[in-house]
Write a protein that binds this ligand. Structure first.
Ligand code: PLP
Length: 400
């Protein structure tokens, strides 16, 4: 009988295919530049889109709240870890997203897994965009609902699948359509208005993950799912994360009263985990005020991306289909992505090489992200360095 490969063989296989991943040890706070291995690198790979992760007001808020609340939450929310600070943040996030309730989770991964698995079960259906974030896909698998992936942003394909299921054996279960709002590796937007229409026609629920839209897009950073247009009747399940534009950590689900109550009763990653520190909730409240008020941060992002596109166009490079602030440069094979990332690193620029399985085979890429902490001159340096790295790697590969 063939045996499964050993751990050592599996690692060797990943190395051989340039799919081995290594962590960098970062030696200081997030920001426009970060210190790695004693060098300061211009940082184009964080999701700290508004440049808030090391904001002095957030630090001060965390410090003051730690003095008041201590550090550990001590227990899960359902035991004795749910503090007035968590409660206040949940109420503020509900108001921000225009939903009756919001529920905090320890991470976006936990929120997505827990929510889908709690809402659905055998006999139900879950339909997901092929390029959805891993946590959404994993939640769909875990739920034991019938799982299908529709072609990326293809509403006609989604509708065909909903129709086929309805006329087939799937029965009378609930259908849930799930999509990233802004796709995490491509930076493009989901076709929200069309998704809302299809979900309505098929009486399906719609779940939108706003991990990369919140704080960045929309009125006061409310994301794509602005409650003035899309209330909980249109988008019954809204997920936001706090570790990206908000600059802190954790996540939340915003929805109607009963849906949130069901999650409190049955979402296992909510129930069986220690609450996040109260001080972190307090810092996130401070962040929420800044996100709403400091429109200049979103304007800065728009200016940076416009500059980047102008630079790429001048070089004759294709422009990413992305909006803000994720700007992937798809290069194809993982070896080329790693070589480009290494060439940029040697020039003092940190840009992540994203490879399968995070992205589909054949679409390895540099994932460039901008933050409100960047200057226009940083973008110019990125474009120039990118141009010479592309030339260098093309020559090397041509000769190899
Ligand atoms: C980052 C991300 C998550 C996970 O959020 P964490 O709080 O980092 O666990 C979920 N969904 C999407 C689309 C993401 O990009």
């Amino acid at each position: 009988m063939p045996r499964n490969p050993s751990i050592a063989e599996r690692l060797a296989d990943l190395r051989g295919r340039d799919l081995y991943r290594r962590r960098r040890v970062v030696e200081g706070p997030q920001g426009r530049e970060i210190r790695v291995g004693g060098r300061l690198l211009l940082n184009f790979c964080s999701n700290d889109y508004l440049g808030l992760a090391a904001d002095p007001r957030l630090r001060e808020s965390l410090r003051a709240a730690a003095l008041r609340w201590g550090v550990g939450a001590g227990a899960s929310h359902l035991v004795c870890g749910h503090t007035a600070a968590h409660q206040e943040l949940e109420e503020a996030l509900a108001a921000f997203t225009g939903r009756p309730r919001a529920l905090l989770f320890g991470s976006g991964y936990a929120a997505n897994m827990g929510t889908i698995a709690a809402l659905l079960g055998p006999g139900d259906r879950v339909l997901e965009d092929r390029l959805n974030h891993a946590s959404l896909l994993d939640g769909g698998q875990l739920s034991r609902a019938r799982f299908s992936r529709y072609r990326h942003a293809d509403v006609a394909d989604l509708e065909r699948r909903l129709q086929a299921d309805a006329s087939g054996s799937a029965g009378s279960g609930q259908a849930l359509v799930v999509s990233d709002g802004v796709f995490s590796m491509d930076g493009d937007l989901c076709p929200l208005a069309e998704l809302v229409g299809v979900a309505r026609r098929h009486a399906a629920w719609l779940m939108i993950d706003e991990a990369h839209g919140l704080g960045v897009h929309g009125r006061g950073g409310r994301g794509l799912v602005d409650a003035q247009r899309y209330g909980s009747a249109e988008v019954p399940v809204l997920v936001g994360t706090l570790g990206k534009a908000f600059g802190t950590a954790g996540a939340f689900v915003a929805a109607d009263e009963d849906l949130i109550e069901l999650l409190i009763q049955q979402a296992r990653p909510y129930i069986y985990t220690t609450a996040q520190p109260a001080a972190l909730a307090a810092a996130t409240l401070t962040s929420l005020e800044i996100v709403e008020q400091e429109e200049w941060r979103r304007e800065r992002l728009r200016a940076l991306v416009a500059r980047f596109h102008a630079g790429l166009a001048a070089l004759g490079l294709p422009l990413p289909a992305a909006t803000l602030p994720i700007q992937p440069i798809v290069v194809g094979d993982p070896t080329r992505a790693l070589a480009l990332s290494a060439a940029l690193d040697a020039a003092g620029l940190l840009v992540g090489a994203i490879r399968p399985p995070t992205v589909p085979v054949g679409t390895s890429r540099l994932r460039v992200t901008f933050t409100a902490a960047h200057e226009l001159a940083d973008v110019d340096r990125l474009v120039e360095t990118l141009a010479s790295a592309l030339r260098k790697v093309a020559e090397e590969q041509g000769h190899g």
